[in-house]
Design a protein around this ligand. Structure first.
Ligand code: NAP
Length: 499
């Protein structure tokens, strides 16, 4: 950034080997926010080699657990110290409001604190094998060299869900943020450098390359020196990475997209109607819908559908869009012109497929927003599962509405997706709520709430939303190998062969 080298390889900062750079665009106004180094495949290979050398050296993975726990806690402290700077970079890069970015940095901090606590208490397992002379135990060891690939919608948050457990486990790693949004991850790497210097962490434990996934992908994912790939992004890229990793039987954790249903039962009329409307609205239009778990499919019970959609549309039309730096903005732009074009093509598709456009469906006409990649909150009613706009992830501010007449139909619709990342259920009938959340095949299900996650609770998808889990104890286990150690303290001959 700003002429400083941005690639962190083997403990030193470098420019790209071909001196290539990339302009990072502020999506709120189309201006160039920064110019950063763009890694080449050779740079990526060097980064993997540095991570491999740091792992094979053995010093880092032998670091006492208590020291790693202290390091993670120190990183959390530095994140809070630099919170405002990191949050500003996140907003300039992604377009999200500064208030959201601040929450993101707090969440990043809590992930480091959580894994600091978890690694400190993780115990090996002693197994009784029926022979008092044998000490048998199951231990966890770091999986090795990890490639960590993150998307652009929650750049530092998604990366932290990988870096924190990888460090806690004693792995070494190469981090690759999205080419569109690398700024917060570069700044975070500088922060890591400071924490690592204080704790004498060996060079090469964390390496950073940023650049085009298409260009760097093979160097990172087909590399036999890599032991584990953790990827968060779209389904198509996930498939490519899984295929690439298969060559060397490299373990892969995929955290992919979602097409998340929000089921609303008619009994919300007897409960807190306004909160139900508010949660559906927030669930889909926060961050202009660029959220993997956004509740983009409203599945609402017929008797209340007209009123519920009308209430939603009235509030959607009042959402204040603007530059995320402006405290008055409630939501920002889409991340790029290219992404807005994709969202616009989905809106056209919805119209062509016969969905009824209720609100939005256009760019805002405010001239102050003309240079940014803004798009109005959009609602389509009278949708059904045959429509691509209902089946495919649009990743923008688009809500589709389907209607149901009984609980079984609601569940069947909620499960009728190739994805399975998240779902919401709203009902004032607790027994029904419990039945429905258990029947839904999604990795996270919110009952009378929407969108929340917590560092100690696993996050991940069923179906084509992925095959990994982040956060919680399972999010640490992804970065660990399990080894069974059988120690016979009084060996005698097996007596099998007599000669
Ligand atoms: P994407 O296009 O799949 O890209 C994700 C990351 O993969 C980026 O860093 C990208 O680099 C890189 N990449 C692209 N091609 C690659 C290749 N051949 N080999 C290796 N890496 C490659 O996804 P996105 O558009 O950034 O993010 C949006 C998607 O992420 C949505 O589908 C969303 O649902 C999903 N997501 C899921 C979760 C979850 O928790 N399950 C969370 C957030 C987002 P470039 O940026 O350079 O292309």
């Amino acid at each position: 950034m700003d002429g400083e080298p941005d690639l962190w390889i083997g403990g030193s900062w470098r420019h790209a080997s071909d001196r290539g750079t990339r302009d990072i665009v502020n999506p709120a106004n189309g201006s160039t926010a920064a110019v950063v180094d763009e890694a080449t495949p050779d740079d990526a290979r060097h980064a993997v080699a540095a991570a491999r050398a740091a792992f094979d050296d053995g010093a880092w993975r032998a670091t006492p657990v208590a020291e790693r726990a202290t390091l993670l806690n120190r990183i959390a402290d530095l994140l809070q110290r630099d919170k405002e700077d990191l949050a500003r970079l996140e907003t300039v890069d992604t377009g999200k409001t500064l208030a959201e970015s601040r929450i993101d940095i707090d969440d990043v901090t809590s992930v480091f604190r959580y894994y600091s606590r978890l690694i400190a208490v993780q115990a090996d397992r002693v197994v009784d094998v029926g022979d008092p002379a044998v000490i048998s135990r199951v231990v966890r060891e770091p999986i090795g060299v990890c490639v960590l690939i993150a998307p652009w919608n929650y750049p530092l948050l998604q990366m932290s869900w990988k870096i924190a457990p990888a460090l806690a486990a004693g792995c070494t790693m190469v981090a690759k943020p999205s080419e569109v949004t690398p700024l917060s991850t570069i700044a975070f790497a500088r922060l890591l450098e400071e924490a690592f210097a204080e704790a004498s962490v060996p060079a090469g434990v964390v390496n950073l390359v940023q650049g085009s996934g298409a260009a760097l992908g093979a160097a990172l994912t087909e590399n036999p020196a890599v032991d584990f790939i953790s990827f968060t992004g779209g389904l198509a890229t996930g498939r490519t990475i899984a295929r690439a990793a298969a060559e060397h039987v490299t373990k892969v954790a995929l955290e992919l997209g979602g097409k998340n249903p929000h089921l609303v039962f008619a009994d919300v009329r007897d409960g807190d109607w306004d909160t139900a409307v508010d949660h559906v609205l927030t669930g889909v239009f926060l961050h202009s819908g660029q959220v993997c778990s956004a509740g983009t499919r409203l599945i609402v019970e017929e008797p209340i559908a007209d009123d519920f959609v009308a209430a939603l549309a009235a509030r959607a039309a009042k959402i204040t869009m603007g530059d995320g730096m402006d405290p008055a903005s409630e939501t920002g732009p889409l991340v790029s012109a290219q992404h807005r074009a994709k969202v616009e093509s989905y809106v056209q598709l919805g119209i062509d497929e016969g969905a009824q456009l209720i609100t939005g469906g256009a760019r805002p006409d405010d001239p102050a927003l003309a240079d940014g990649y803004f798009y109005l909150p959009t609602i389509f009613d009278r949708c059904d599962r045959s429509m691509r706009i209902v089946a495919e992830e649009t990743f923008g501010p688009i809500l589709t509405v389907e209607r149901f007449t009984d609980e079984a139909e609601a569940v069947a619709l909620g499960n009728d997706t190739e994805y399975g990342l998240a779902a919401g259920v709203r009902t004032s009938d607790a027994a029904r709520g419990e039945r429905v959340v258990r029947a839904l095949r999604h990795g996270t299900v919110w009952l009378n709430d929407f969108g929340y996650y917590a560092a100690p609770a696993e996050w991940g998808g069923f179906g084509k939303s992925g095959n990994g889990r982040e956060l919680g104890p399972t999010g640490l286990a992804e970065y660990q190998e399990i080894k069974h150690i059988w120690h016979n303290t009084a060996p005698t001959a097996a007596g099998w062969f007599k000669g």
